[in-house]
Design a protein around this ligand. Structure first.
Ligand code: NOS
Ligand code: ZN
Length: 331
């Protein structure tokens, strides 16, 4: 099968985990930022999370280098454009990219400047390529909470003009959801859709809480519902989209190997699974790679592939018009 030519949808990809290594070098040189090497292969290997990662925390240390060059409007705009360009070139037709505005203020940018820059880069790519996209704003769970409402307010000006949803990301502790109820309620009031990283680090209860307390319509990863009947049943009853990211899940030790990933079992039990990249550079992957690995490992047919594609269309935070356009690519 020609995996590259298949139409694709990626609903879970982090901007800062998906920067081209050469762009890190270019931007560091332009901005006089010292980086450990000028050699693209060395920079690439510093950005890729190794197989020897112990857990999610170690994986998350790979984001410091890209974030160091993502502190200017021009740098952010370029990185956003290039990510959409890379995706368009492998036939991703719809792409939801997320990032944490709180991580881009080291040189004093405002949230409006930061969010405006990612949207501008995306729109430049949309005008050049056959791809549509939207941004999701991720709040870091471990950060102080005093500016969360400012992020929500700044993003509200871009709602349905490039920004669609609110997310919680970063290290996952048991029971994190309750602290975020007022912020998520505020985001919903403003018109944001909700997806939450949950059930990535062994805690199925977090998925249950994300759906019941935070009204998540989708969850990032969610793989640990397999050990929690209540969360499993809830996801099934409420058709909560599971944004699986197979390569990332192996690196963070959420699963030991691909054959142990529950996505096939979820699919066979009619749970709404989607297949996504999480971090193209940090996880050293593309949508083409993720789909190839999953289809080969689990013996999925072309029909299975398009069933999952249609689930992604259904679960996308896109307008009805865009969804109709995406359905025109389905077999
Ligand atoms: O798989 C993941 N689980 C939880 N958090 C993540 C994952 N990948 C990236 N980030 C976090 O999200 C931030 C904004 O994009 C990144 O800086 C990283 O800290
Ligand atoms: Zn993620």
């Amino acid at each position: 099968m020609n995996y590259s030519s298949l139409p694709k949808i990626d609903l879970h990809c982090h901007l800062d985990g998906s920067v081209r290594p050469q762009t890190i070098i270019d931007l560091a040189n332009q901005q006089n930022i010292s980086i450990p090497s000028q050699d693209i292969n060395e920079i690439r290997s510093l950005m890729i999370a190794p197989e020897t990662c112990q857990n999610l925390e170690e994986y998350l240390m790979r984001f410091d280098l890209p974030l160091s060059v993502m502190q200017t409007q021009a740098g952010i705009e370029r990185i956003s454009f290039e990510l959409f360009e890379d995706a368009a070139k492998e036939n991703v037709k719809y792409f939801e990219v997320r990032f944490g505005p709180q991580l881009h203020q080291l040189q004093g940018l405002s949230f409006d400047q930061i969010i405006g820059s990612v949207v501008k880069g995306m729109q430049r790519a949309e005008a050049m390529y056959d791809i549509k996209g939207n941004y999701i704003l991720s709040i870091l769970r471990t950060f102080p909470k005093d500016n969360i409402r400012d992020v929500i307010d700044a993003g509200a000006a871009y709602l349905n003009k490039g920004v669609v949803a609110f997310d919680l990301a970063g290290a996952e502790l048991p029971g994190f959801c309750s602290e975020f109820i007022p912020y998520v309620d505020y985001a919903i009031e403003k018109g944001y859709r909700i997806t939450i990283h949950a059930g990535e680090q062994g805690v199925g209860q977090n998925v249950f809480d994300a759906v019941t307390m935070l009204k998540a319509e989708r969850v990032g990863h969610g793989i640990h519902i397999s050990g929690h009947q209540g969360a499993y049943d809830l996801v099934k009853q409420q058709n909560i989209g599971l944004e699986t990211c197979p390569s990332s899940n192996i690196q963070t030790k959420a699963v030991d190997k691909l054959s142990e990933h529950p996505l096939k079992a979820f699919y066979e039990d009619a749970l709404p699974i989607t297949i996504n990249t999480d971090n193209r550079t940090v996880s050293n992957t593309t949508m083409t790679d993720e789909i190839r690995k999953v289809m080969e490992e689990f013996n999925l047919s072309r029909e299975d592939y398009f069933n999952i594609y249609k689930i992604s269309v259904e679960q996308a935070f896109a307008s009805d018009e865009v969804k109709q356009h995406l359905m025109s690519f389905a077999d």
